[in-house]
Design a protein around this ligand. Structure first.
Ligand code: B12
Length: 458
């Protein structure tokens, strides 16, 4: 069969001209596809255009919440042309009954352990079911090489190579979809497989997709040791307590680690103690960033604004934190109630979700009524902290501890900060999104996009 795998992109503002933001999902699905099939990948985020009239038998669409509506529009086009459409990805996993309105089948959760092969087999034998789901999370110790060769490379764009060592996260942050999709026990690929994968990658810089690469310290130690001779650079995600293990931190650096995204999440004491990934006090978290800097690792501090315990003083606390600790970058997220999370269930019950237009669920817009401030205060505070952190004086004042080891770091620091400043100034980051009075927030997606599937079948 001819199979087309698509990663949708909701609008032009999401597209990056200078840097290719990594995607592993579709090359991995392609790697799971038996060789007798012909397979192509289209990533809209990289400006690749979908030819709806091409000859194709099966269209697989991977959707996150923010990309779901675009995914459904794409499905409609292919359904009009009589093609078989299969959905997968995090949004399809948590909203399968919605996704099936637009497609012929939905893969709930992971596609390994023969599940995707089963879907393809059932399509060929005209016995396709609506939903496919494994009984338990698959072990990942069986190696499947991602088809990186299918991803289009654009000349002149800086590329990071995405790579995965495991799935699942033991921290149960109430706003995160990972525990409900990948489970709270971490499962790993084998170090041998990961090294084999790295050896096949031509890019110099790797992006580890894992939510926390150092949870299993023994595994991380072995991986980092084996990576040293490969002479790659890498960025990834970890929790602040990595600084408690000096040996591991130094090993990370020796293996090529240039930067870590650390989810501090909350700036209030209640929040810090609730999420338990970080240290319980402001001062200890400042020290954690400084320790990483002293060991040559840049930090992207990730903070969430609009948590129930956040009142409007949280923005000054956060700004003081940034100015004191001087992380290289700030990822500021406006609290977004993604379906499949405890925050979604709670806020839905309390009627505090202002819109059900999934396109607005990008963590950069205010789409909730916060508990301890108004939506306007959240919007202003959120916008203002980005103004302050990405002002030239702040960029300059944070630069020194981060550009310690040479030209590469200096270029990276300034280009990403200036890029973030430009992105923020373009006005995309702070708006309140609310449904109109005639559009109730009832989470019925068909008011935004009408399914054509049933019409075709009728
Ligand atoms: C890498 C990453 C990114 C990268 C690249 C994203 C991308 N498009 O690939 C970047 C940094 C750009 C990014 C950005 C964002 N991200 Co992000 N990201 C991740 C991360 C850490 C890893 C994703 C990944 O590649 N996993 C590994 C692959 C193999 O898993 P998978 O995609 O789920 O695929 C498996 C199954 O789902 C299934 N499957 C998936 N698609 C399909 C399709 C078919 C046809 C089939 C059969 C099966 C199938 O099979 C795969 C193998 O088993 C996840 C967290 C996580 N652990 O997953 C968050 C995550 C996906 N991101 C999230 C969010 C919110 C965002 C942002 C909106 C905001 C933000 N501040 O980060 C932006 C939006 C960007 C955009 N418009 O695309 C949320 C999504 C929640 C949701 N309900 O949508 C997640 C789950 C994080 C979280 N903590 O909740 N992200």
């Amino acid at each position: 069969m001819k199979i087309l795998l698509i990663s949708p992109c909701p609008d032009d503002n999401q597209r990056h001209e200078s840097m290719a933001i990594p995607q592993l999902t579709l090359p991995l699905i392609a790697g799971l596809t038996p060789q007798e099939h012909e397979i192509k990948i289209v990533e809209e985020v990289h400006n690749e255009v979908i030819d709806f009239d091409q000859e194709v038998d099966v269209v697989g669409i991977s959707i996150m919440t923010q990309t779901a509506i675009r995914g459904y529009e794409i499905a409609n086009e292919f359904k009009k042309r009589g093609k078989v459409v299969v959905f997968g990805g995090i949004h399809a996993t948590v909203m399968p009954k919605e996704a099936i309105l637009f497609g012929d089948a939905v893969v709930i959760g992971e596609a390994e352990n023969g599940l995707w092969e089963q879907v393809l087999h059932d399509i060929e034998s005209h016995s396709l079911k609506e939903f496919y789901k494994l009984d338990k999370y698959p072990e990942l110790n069986h190696y499947v090489a991602p088809r990186r060769d299918l991803v289009q490379k654009v000349a002149g764009r800086f590329r990071l190579a995405p790579i995965e060592t495991g799935r699942g996260c033991p921290y149960k942050c109430d706003f995160c979809t990972v525990p409900s999709s990948f489970g709270s026990k971490q499962r790993h690929k084998t170090v041998d497989c990961i090294i084999e994968d790295i050896e096949s990658i031509e890019e110099k810089v790797l992006f580890f997709l894992d939510d926390n690469i150092t949870i299993n310290k023994k595994f991380a130690r072995e991986l980092f040791e084996r990576m040293i001779p490969l002479k790659k650079y890498w960025v990834g995600q970890a929790s602040a307590n990595i600084v408690n293990d000096k040996e591991l931190m130094k090993l990370a650096r020796k293996s090529g680690c240039k930067g870590l995204l650390i989810g501090f999440e909350s700036m209030t004491e209640t929040g810090l103690n609730k999420y338990r990934k970080t240290f319980g006090s402001f001062e200890q978290n400042v020290q954690a960033i400084k320790t990483l800097q002293n060991n040559g690792i840049m930090t992207m501090a990730s903070l969430v604004f609009g948590l129930d315990e956040d009142d409007k003083t949280v923005f000054d606390t956060a700004y003081n934190f940034i100015q004191k600790a001087k992380p290289a970058f700030l990822q500021a997220c406006a609290l977004t109630p993604y379906p499949g999370t405890a925050v979604f269930e709670k806020m839905k019950l309390e009627n505090r979700i202002l819109t059900d237009d999934w396109r607005q669920f990008d963590a950069k817009k205010v789409i909730i009524s916060p508990k301890s401030m108004t939506a306007d205060e959240l919007q202003d505070g959120y916008s203002n902290i980005k103004d302050r952190v990405y002002s030239y004086p702040s960029i300059l004042s944070r630069s020194l501890p981060n550009i310690f080891s040479g030209f590469g770091e200096t270029a990276l620091y300034f280009s990403l900060n200036i890029g973030a400043r430009k992105w923020h100034k373009s006005g995309l980051t702070a708006k309140i999104f609310r449904n109109n009075a005639d559009m109730p927030v009832d989470f019925d997606v068909t008011k935004y996009v009408k399914p054509v599937k049933k019409m075709v079948l009728a």
